[in-house]
Structures are given as structure tokens and as C-alpha cells.
Design a binder for this molecule. Structure first.
Ligand code: NAP
Ligand code: GDD
Length: 340
């Protein structure tokens, strides 16, 4: 049985990737950071389903800020594949917490690569490594659509941290022969998306407005354009990258671009609402520097990995609205109780 180690397993992508790997017969080990609250809701179903004498999902306490802990986990698990999905992944937050973002998102990747390099040297067993790079690397884009040869110009502390992680991953391949890949993934969403990212913020609010739980939605820049795909499709591309004969970089995207305004229009319209009656602009949500336009060409991934997206923009919006409508209705019917 192949063993994979996933950092960021409690996040959106981590949960879909763990499902994907378990379905393919992997034993999945995940790194979970300490929290005072229960933080593993997205993988709770997998924990329940895979319980038993030889559990297929094993969680380890760890933090990307703690290099010795990461090294110990890599030694104990002896993974064949490592997927580094952990990050302070919110672009807006990275302007308020730039040092923390650099430590976790940039140096965290280096700490993990060092642990892998040492382990590989000690055991002689190859460990294949996936780094979650981002279309935020393109920032102020030089040309559209963006592909693997488009120059990088990140526009946030998050983007700059991801740029470091991207290049150190390539550097460890060139310096030490590590099988290390970078997936340059454009925005991907799902009903499991964190609620502070714009798509989920919109679908949560629109559905709560529909059932009468709130009236207004405050947003920042409605004119930013993104290439939005479905997270479930994108984790398959991560896995495919590590199954290739040689490591490389791949853009994963839909080649379609839509504005935040279009997302609002479509989400509210699905509920029979007009977004203009509910959305208010709040300067708090504007960023000091913005990425205006992203649209990716995944031609290389289509050609070499045989990958293509299965969910288009309108299906994605519909999927998120429909799931959030159920959550909103349950909230209305059974308001959460706070304990004393
Ligand atoms: P996410 O939902 O924000 O998940 C981030 C994960 O990282 C969570 O499991 C989080 O744990 C964990 N984490 C954060 N700080 C950590 C630390 N100090 N130590 C250990 N774990 C830590 O992000 P996502 O959307 O799944 O994205 C996965 C990765 O792909 C991220 O690296 C992101 O930057 C990158 N990416 C995402 C997109 C996208 O559109 N989704 C596009 C390109 C690249 P908690 O649950 O405890 O917070
Ligand atoms: N979050 C948020 N909240 N964004 C808003 C809001 C708001 O209230 N109003 C407008 N926006 C705009 C942002 O300014 C940005 O242009 C766009 O909506 C998308 O914002 P996010 O959903 O926060 O995503 P992101 O594009 O900044 O970053 C995501 O995608 C990257 C890949 O390109 C994250 O998942 C990153 O981790 C990922 O690397």
C-alpha cells in the first residue's frame, strides 16, 4: 500500500485530496496543527469511514513553523509521496500578517524539503514532493492567458511567500535530485471553501439573505477577474504530477475568466435575487495591491497529464449555492446554541 503524507489536510484541498488518495488505495497521513477548537470538520467523515485495526487515515500533530517536528513525522511515516498544501493561504490576511505568512508559507516549505532531503539520504528511498504553487505568482500579469512561461510579478506578501516556496522546490530538484513538482493552480472553489474567500462569502451570504437570516453583503473590489475551477478536479492534477516519469511545473486552470461581480450576479440570480439590492462596497476589503486579472492555460497539463476540468463556472456557482442553501435553511430552522 502506497503511503502519502499531506500537510494542510484539514483545508479545502487537503480534504478532497485525502478522499482521492484513500479511494486509490493509499494509506494517508495528515499533519494537523494544534487548535483549541475542533478543527478537522472537513475530514471528519473520512476519519469515521476509515477507522479500524489498520486505519487508512492517520493524523499527526505538527506545524509548518516547527522544522524538527516535521522531520520526525517524515521519519516515522516514511511516505512515498508528500503533498505540501499547508499555508497561511488568505491573500488579504497576508498584508496584515506578512511575517507569519512568510514563516509558514515560504520557510515552512523549506523545512519540509529539508526533512525530505535528510530522510531520502538516510534511507535511499525516493520521496516524491508536490508544492502547492499559485496563480498569485503572476500578480500583475505580463500576458493572458498565463502559462508556465509567463513571468512572475506577485502583488502580496502571500504571493511573494509562494514565490519563494516555488523556487526552493525547483532548487532542491536541481541541487539534490529531489523528485519535486509545483502545481501552479488557479483559484479553485467548492462547497468546502473557507468562508472568508470571496466565492464562499458570496454563496453563504446570498443563501442566508434568501432565507431571511441577513440583509446585506459587504464586499471589496467587484471588478477583479479570476479563473475559478472546482477543487475536486484540481486535486487529481496534483496526484497526476507525482505519477509522471520526470518532475515539472504545471498550470492547472479552466481558461475562463469571470469578475467577482459576475459571480455575485449568478449566485443571487439562482436564488431569484438581484445582487444590486444586497451588495454594499466596503473599503475594508480592498487590498493595498490587487491582482486584476487571472486566466490560465492548462495546455501542458492536458497534453502531458491528460488532465482537464470537469466543472465549468456556472455549474460551480450552482453547486456552491445549492449546498449553502441547505446550510442556511438548517440554520434558520435550528439556530445554533451557545453554551455558557
Ligand atoms: P485552506 O483551506 O486555507 O487550507 C490551508 C491548510 O493549511 C489548512 O489545513 C490549515 O490548517 C493549514 N495550515 C495553515 N497554517 C498552518 C501551519 N502553521 N502549520 C500546519 N498547517 C497549517 O487552503 P486550500 O484552499 O485548501 O489551499 C491549499 C493550498 O493550495 C494552500 O497552500 C494554498 O495557498 C494553495 N493554493 C490554493 C488555491 C485555491 O484557490 N484554493 C490556489 C492556488 C494555491 P487549519 O485547518 O488548522 O487552518
Ligand atoms: N476574500 C475576499 N473578500 N475577496 C474579495 C472581497 C471580499 O470581501 N471583495 C472582493 N474580493 C476580491 C479580492 O480583492 C480578489 O480580487 C478576489 O475577490 C478573490 O479573492 P479571494 O477569494 O480571497 O481569493 P484570491 O484570488 O485572493 O486568492 C485565492 O486564490 C489564490 C490563487 O490565485 C486563495 O485561495 C489563494 O490561496 C490562492 O493562491
Amino acid at each position: 500500500m502506497k503511503r502519502a503524507l499531506v500537510t494542510g489536510i484539514t483545508g479545502q484541498d487537503g480534504s478532497y485530496l485525502a478522499e482521492f488518495l484513500i479511494a486509490r488505495g493509499y494509506e494517508v497521513h495528515g499533519i494537523v496543527r494544534r487548535s483549541s477548537a475542533a478543527g478537522a470538520q472537513r475530514i471528519e467523515h473520512l476519519r469515521r469511514e476509515t477507522l479500524g485495526p489498520a486505519p487508512r487515515l492517520v493524523l499527526h500533530d505538527g506545524d509548518m513553523a516547527d522544522g524538527s517536528g516535521l522531520a520526525r513525522i517524515v521519519r516515522e511515516v516514511r511516505p512515498a509521496e508528500v503533498y505540501n498544501l499547508a499555508a497561511q493561504s488568505h491573500v488579504g490576511v497576508s498584508f496584515d500578517q506578512p511575517t507569519y505568512t512568510a514563516d509558514v508559507t515560504a520557510v515552512g516549505a523549506l523545512r519540509l524539503l529539508e526533512a525530505i532531503r535528510d530522510q531520502q539520504e538516510a534511507t535511499g528511498e525516493q520521496i516524491r514532493f508536490y508544492q502547492a504553487s499559485s496563480s498569485e505568482l503572476y500578480g500583475r500579469v505580463a500576458s493572458t492567458p498565463q502559462d508556465e512561461s509567463t513571468p512572475f510579478h506577485p502583488r502580496s506578501p502571500y504571493g511573494v511567500a509562494k514565490l519563494y516556496a516555488h523556487w526552493i522546490t525547483i532548487n532542491y530538484r536541481e541541487s539534490y535530485g529531489l523528485f519535486s513538482c509545483c502545481g501552479i493552480l488557479f483559484n479553485h472553489e467548492s462547497p468546502r471553501r473557507g468562508e472568508s474567500f470571496v466565492t464562499r462569502k458570496i454563496t453563504r451570504a446570498a443563501t442566508r439573505i434568501k432565507v431571511g437570516l441577513q440583509e446585506k453583503l459587504r464586499l471589496g473590489n467587484l471588478d477583479a477577474r479570476r479563473d475559478w475551477g472546482f477543487a475536486g478536479d484540481y486535486v487529481e492534477a496534483m496526484w497526476l504530477m507525482l505519477q509522471q516519469p520526470t518532475p515539472s511545473e504545471y498550470v492547472i486552470a479552466t481558461d475562463e475568466t469571470h469578475s467577482v461581480r459576475e459571480f455575485c450576479e449568478m449566485a443571487f440570480a439562482r436564488l431569484g435575487l438581484d445582487y444590486r439590492d444586497h451588495v454594499e462596497i466596503d473599503p475594508r476589503y480592498f487590498r493595498p495591491a490587487e491582482v486584476d486579472l487571472l486566466r490560465g492555460s492548462a495546455a501542458k497539463a492536458r497534453r502531458e497529464l491528460g488532465w482537464s476540468p470537469s466543472v465549468n463556472f456556472s455549474t460551480l456557482v450552482g453547486m456552491m449555492v445549492d449546498e449553502d442553501l441547505q446550510i442556511a435553511a438548517a440554520e434558520r430552522d435550528h439556530p445554533p446554541r451557545t453554551s455558557m
